[in-house]
Design a protein around this ligand. Structure first.
Ligand code: NCD
Length: 315
């Protein structure tokens, strides 16, 4: 088996996608994150696991939550964090991605956190780094966003305790969503019996059923008896041509309102990776309501990213 993110002995060398991760590694990440949640509540929020290591944040696409929580996580592990200012970097002078990485490697990098609009960019870097260097994918095109998928799984486990017997619905722009893909792979590895995707045909990937999901175009039918509802942002920046009549029309059919949420189980949780478009995919009454765990997701993201970095750097 040739899995580019694992070492010959099966340990995690890079985190490129949730797809292809062995179940044991996935569970190890969630369990390690749980132990780090305690650290983040202490007055001194630091552990020395990455002391002396240099973490380079390479974000070629905008990000608030992911970049910041990676930085906080690395600092809580006592690493040195370097945020590259991409707009002012040599990429704008025509330097290739691999040359940029080779130069950072010459500055003794240990970990590269990479977000790129091009699917596969983190894989390309991972193929060229030195054996002691590690790459974590922080979102590549529409392909994967593994730490978001993992923090979503962590959040579900935190509130629902167990993955057995759950019904999880992922709603909205599935087609352009790396978050949806990573989460769906994770849910399937962990054995969640029913994963639903809800959205208009134009925002569904071709052959989406092959991911093991049930497809719904009617949101009310899809939300019925769900334990977890994951809302996605309309990724307008990735849409070529018109896939939707209008944001208002989308809101009418696929926006999460309190009235539609009432069809899910009474203890259902509502998640969103952010950034949210209030009044488009989610109403404020739901985003700020009692079922919402959207802000805890952000907090859990720190512990999950600490877990991934500490496991990888220890391998
Ligand atoms: C997501 C992303 O960038 O893929 N956001 C995030 O990482 N929190 C989702 C999005 O942009 O809609």
């Amino acid at each position: 088996m040739n899995n580019p993110q694992l070492t010959a002995s099966g340990a995690l060398q890079h985190l490129l996608s949730v797809e292809g991760l062995p179940r044991e590694i996935l569970v190890q990440i969630l369990d390690t994150a749980e132990s780090f949640c305690g650290v983040t509540e202490r007055e001194v929020k630091k552990v020395p696991l990455l002391r002396g290591k240099s973490v380079f944040n390479l974000f070629f696409e905008p990000s608030t939550r992911t970049r910041t929580t990676f930085e906080i996580a690395a600092k809580r592990l006592s690493a040195d964090v370097i945020n590259l200012n991409i707009a002012a970097s040599s990429q704008t002078k025509g330097e290739s991605l691999l040359d940029t990485v080779a130069n950072l490697s010459a500055m003794q990098a240990d970990l590269f956190i990479v977000r790129h609009a091009q699917a596969g960019a983190p894989h390309l870097i991972a193929r060229h780094v030195k054996p002691h260097e590690h790459v974590i994918n922080a979102g590549d095109g529409r392909h994967a966003h593994p730490t978001q998928g993992l923090l979503d799984l962590y959040t579900i486990r935190h509130y629902k305790k167990d993955f057995n017997g759950l019904t999880v619905a992922v709603v909205g722009d599935i087609l352009h969503s790396r978050v949806a893909r990573s989460l769906i792979h994770g849910l399937s590895i962990l054995g969640v019996p029913e994963v639903r995707v809800i959205g208009p045909q134009t925002l569904m990937p071709a052959r989406v059923e092959a991911l093991g999901v049930r497809v719904f175009h009617d949101m009310r039918a899809g939300l019925k008896d769900c334990d977890v509802v994951v809302m996605l942002r309309l990724q307008n920046e990735r849409m070529r041509g018109t896939l939707l009549p209008s944001a208002q029309e989308f809101n009418k059919h696929y926006g999460l309102t309190a009235e539609k949420l009432a069809l899910a189980k009474s203890n259902a949780i509502v998640m969103h990776p952010g950034p949210m478009n209030r009044g488009v995919e989610i109403d404020s009454s739901v985003a700020d309501g009692p079922h919402s765990v959207i802000l805890p997701q952000v907090t859990f993201g720190i512990a999950v990213r600490m877990a991934v970095m500490s496991i990888i750097a220890g391998n």
